[in-house]
Design a protein around this ligand. Structure first.
Ligand SMILES: Nc1ncnc2c1ncn2[C@@H]1O[C@H](COP(=O)(O)OP(=O)(O)OP(=O)(O)O)[C@@H](O)[C@H]1O
Ligand SMILES: [Mg+2]
Length: 398
């Protein structure tokens, strides 16, 4: 019996779906958590994969291509925070292997990948790098990104109330939950929580190269319920100016520092918001039970598919549903049909939500708000569970 790989998070950049299948079977069977992305070192995928801060990386290299080896060399020499790396290659060459070993690569596994060989390589790397496995290894914060069908559907309310509900069940200090308001132009997380707009992504951007976990924690506003908040900037800034790398680095740092990270995204798509979604462990799409909102939600789903984000676990929430089953809205079945997918959560229209926001309190503390508060907390726990198990639910099911 070798070292346990149970719970080890492995990020894999692979060139073919056959290798992806072999790797998933070998490692998931042994209890590791594998996130496999198709691509090669010339694309953006490696950055997205590493933004998730895996405990180990498996990279598929074409050893016959000197540019690939050079790209790997650049990656390793330019980033001192990389996890241990194992390489897999369809045609390993002796010369290539020597170069990889000089770069500190832990092992090379030939393709087709044998479960036994891969497992041995991973176990060897765990021992050499002295990694801890099992539930105790760190860097495992879960990132949940929230999207909206259209403006004003209650996304921020869901994030804030869900986070407050979750925080009520956790020790308050140091906070284990962090809210990143990346709805840079119209974000209102800090307002919902009655917090100062102490620091935003734009303030962090210049110092980002060296942003340590404790610096991030110090920079955020602290809510006494046990939430740390990165507010949206007070002024309106153009969205295109944000470098995707700044956003993914922020996420990687937050992941090292907090157990749960909720991200409020703008409605508009950009290169950086795509990078944020790709680096997330799960996505939640919020909509209203109206024909226009469902249409827009469907377009969001289509964009997620076009952007190849169907590997990220995904759920949907229908918010502001009238108790008398959509008096003037549409039925759940019609909504699901129009969406082309199941609706995972339904939250009632409840005045207590607006009251709770106005007074900056959890729903449980507002008269008549307990029931909706519980529904929202349950919704949040469900998406966290999806992030935890990391099983990519199909975005479109029907
Ligand atoms: N379940 C609900 N019942 C009643 N009112 C709600 C509910 N959810 C949200 N609201 C209200 O809807 C309004 C919009 O909510 P919120 O700001 O959370 O939406 P949003 O999707 O984040 O909007 P924006 O596009 O501005 O970011 C707020 O006044 C809020 O109090
Ligand atoms: Mg909002």
């Amino acid at each position: 019996m070798g070292v346990s790989v149970q719970g080890l998070e492995i990020g894999a950049l692979l060139r073919s779906s056959e290798t992806q299948k072999e790797v998933a079977e070998a490692l998931s069977g042994a209890g590791a958590k594998v996130r496999a992305v198709l691509g090669n070192l010339s694309g953006n995928e490696i950055r997205i994969l590493l933004a998730r801060a895996p405990s180990m990386a498996l990279i598929d290299i074409d050893m016959a291509d000197p540019q690939e080896l050079a790209a790997l060399e650049t990656l390793i020499t330019s980033d001192g925070t990389l996890p241990p790396i194992i390489v897999t290659a369809a045609h390993p060459t002796l010369d290539g292997m020597r170069r990889l070993m000089r770069l500190g690569i832990m092992d090379v596994v030939p393709q087709p990948v044998s479960a036994h060989e891969l497992l041995q390589a991973v176990q060897g790397a765990i021992t050499s790098a002295n990694l801890r496995t099992g539930s105790s290894h760190g860097l495992t914060g879960r990132v949940i990104s929230f999207l909206k069908s259209s403006g004003g559907v209650g996304t921020t309310s869901l994030i804030v109330q869900g986070a407050l509900g979750l925080a009520a069940e956790r020790p308050k200090s140091p906070a284990s939950i962090c809210l990143l308001d990346l709805d840079l132009q119209f974000g209102s997380v800090a307002l919902h929580l009655d917090l100062p707009q102490k620091c935003s992504l734009l303030d962090l951007a210049p110092s980002h190269e060296q942003l340590e976990g404790n610096m991030l924690r110090d920079a955020l506003a602290h809510h006494p319920a046990g939430l740390d908040v990165l507010a949206a900037p007070p002024e309106i800034h153009p969205l295109e100016g944000i470098d995707p790398e700044i956003a993914t680095r922020l996420i990687a740092t937050a992941r090292r520092e907090y157990a749960t990270i909720f991200i409020d995204l703008p409605i508009t798509w950009s290169a950086w918001s795509r990078a944020v979604l790709a680096a997330s462990d799960a996505m939640m799409l919020v909509m209203h039970p109206t024909v226009p909102a469902i249409r827009h939600a469907r377009r969001q789903i289509e964009t997620l598919l076009d952007e190849h984000l169907d590997g990220v676990p995904f759920q949907t929430t229908l918010n502001c549903v009238r108790k008398s089953l959509f008096g003037q809205g549409i039925s759940l079945r019609d909504a699901e049909r129009a969406l082309g997918r199941k609706i995972d959560h339904v939250i009632p229209l409840d005045e207590a939500v607006a009251t709770a926001t106005n007074v900056g309190q959890p729903l449980a503390a507002v008269s008549g708000g307990r029931g909706t508060g519980k529904t929202i907390t349950k919704t949040i726990k469900s998406i966290l569970q999806a992030a935890e198990t990391a099983v990519p639910a199909s975005i479109r099911r029907n």
